[in-house]
Unconditional design. Structure first.
Length: 450
């Protein structure tokens, strides 16, 4: 995945890079990607960069040149870096108050700003006057390098470690851990400091290897960072790679549809025993927890009080569908969508009567989403589409517009050419429990006695 895809940049954006461990490389990399798309790319720094780094850009010139000259340079070179002065091998940029002026006077497609400094170190806590993010920033990319892992927490390896030690009790000289990096990145006083309220925040964990154990540690960092509702997504990758982003972790919520009456069962099927410890609904929630799904909302209707009691005990959120008697499945799905936090980028639609749901299937669906394979992803067994289905936010408005007598399949089938199918080796994605015979059959398939 390219940086411009992961950061979801559009013409007119002002992108600020903060943090440590690859800001300049990310700015240059994004600039060249957009240059290749024939955008007019303007870049600068509100902090400083090394003079040698200017050689990596097609053209550099003073920021106070005539606007027509800057426009002509953009036409000729496509990617232009503006600076205020060069002293002792260091390039300094104009004050951040200049940003509005350049947006009003220069006909560029995008403005990229390095808005922080870290002396080449892989992780930082900002000083009191850092970072320097203009109020006009629409995207802020907060960067840390995975190379900080297992390095000593001291001034030789981490920029300004004292505030981290003071606030969190990290011990000086101790090896930096995954949880420490995540805590710094999601902290309002550290990794998120000074970001304008309306700016979209993307975290980039740089120097993540393409394969191996360290990629798993980067994924763990991403999951912890996404606990902050301020962070839109976490990109994992290496800025120097041909495709710099290996995966884009975003917050995904699960909507468990458990509002049905189950008239053919004679009782609430979601409350039937499944394991010795759990009912069907409890087992499904447990499997979602094992798959590391952060937001699990269970939609209730019939038997709401009993379901709600079990759901809350497991840490999931019960959401009552007031239209459960007449609204069919789509009314529950709509209630679930409306209940999702603003930072959730996609939902997993989970059937409350599909007890053989497996974490490995959820993992494969989530992996495909993280790797940018689409926003509509479904497991498939022997060419048959199953559940859970992942639905990105771009499709939610169409689902919310459905009438309660319509089926969610109408939206999914309308985008059939956009569905990514993940082939799985288990028929559990197809099996639900509609009748007592189904229940017994599913228990046998799961290896339980009748």
């Amino acid at each position: 995945m390219r940086l411009n895809e992961a950061f979801e940049v559009v013409r007119g954006d002002v992108v600020a890079f903060i943090g440590a461990g690859g800001k300049t490389s990310a700015l240059i990399g994004l600039g060249y990607e957009l240059f290749d798309k024939q955008w007019r790319v303007l870049a600068t720094t509100s902090s400083s960069i090394q003079e040698e780094q200017l050689q990596l850009m097609p053209h550099a010139m003073r920021y106070d040149a005539n606007p027509d000259e800057i426009s002509e340079a953009l036409s000729e070179h496509g990617f232009v870096f503006l600076y205020e002065s060069i002293r002792d091998g260091v390039v300094y940029g104009p004050a951040i108050t200049w940003t509005r002026q350049v947006l009003d006077t220069i006909d560029s497609d995008i403005l990229l700003i390095e808005a922080d400094s870290a002396n080449g170190l892989p992780l930082k806590a900002p000083l009191q006057d850092q970072p320097h993010i203009p109020a006009e920033a629409t995207i802020v990319v907060s960067i840390a390098s995975l190379s900080a892992l297992d390095k000593p927490l001291d001034a030789d390896h981490v920029y300004n470690p004292e505030p981290m030690i003071e606030k969190y009790g990290f011990y000086e000289g101790g090896n930096v851990r995954s949880a420490w990096i995540a805590q710094i990145l999601r902290d309002e006083e550290f990794g998120l400091r000074g970001i304008p309220e309306k700016a979209r925040v993307v975290v980039f964990v740089n120097q993540t290897p393409e394969v191996g154990y360290l990629r798993g540690r980067a994924r763990l960092i991403a999951k912890m960072v996404l606990q902050s509702s301020r962070v839109r997504s976490v990109a994992l990758g290496s800025v120097r790679a041909a495709n710099p982003v290996y995966e884009l972790q975003r917050s995904v919520g699960a909507i468990v549809l458990a509002a049905g009456q189950a008239s053919r069962m004679g009782q609430a099927k979601v409350l039937l025993p499944w394991t010795k410890q759990h009912t069907i609904i409890e087992h499904i929630i447990h499997q979602l927890i094992r798959a590391r799904i952060e937001h699990i909302n269970v939609i209730t209707g019939w038997y709401a009080d009993d379901v709600k009691k079990l759901v809350k005990a497991m840490g999931a959120k019960p959401v009552h569908n007031r239209a459960y008697k007449t609204g069919e499945m789509v009314s529950s799905l709509k209630a679930g969508i409306r209940s999702m936090p603003d930072n959730v980028a996609a939902i997993l639609v989970v059937l409350g009567d599909q007890p053989r749901i497996q974490p490995k299937v959820i993992y494969e669906v989530m992996k495909a989403y993280a790797e940018g394979q689409g926003d509509l992803i479904a497991p498939s067994y022997q060419m048959r589409r199953g559940h859970p289905i992942l639905i990105g936010r771009k499709y939610w408005s169409e689902l919310l517009e459905l009438r309660n007598y319509q089926s969610p399949r109408e939206v999914i089938n309308a985008h059939a050419d956009e569905i990514t199918y993940i082939n799985v080796n288990t028929d559990s994605v197809l099996r639900d429990v509609d009748t007592p015979e189904d229940y017994e059959a599913e228990r046998r398939r799961a290896g339980f006695n009748k």
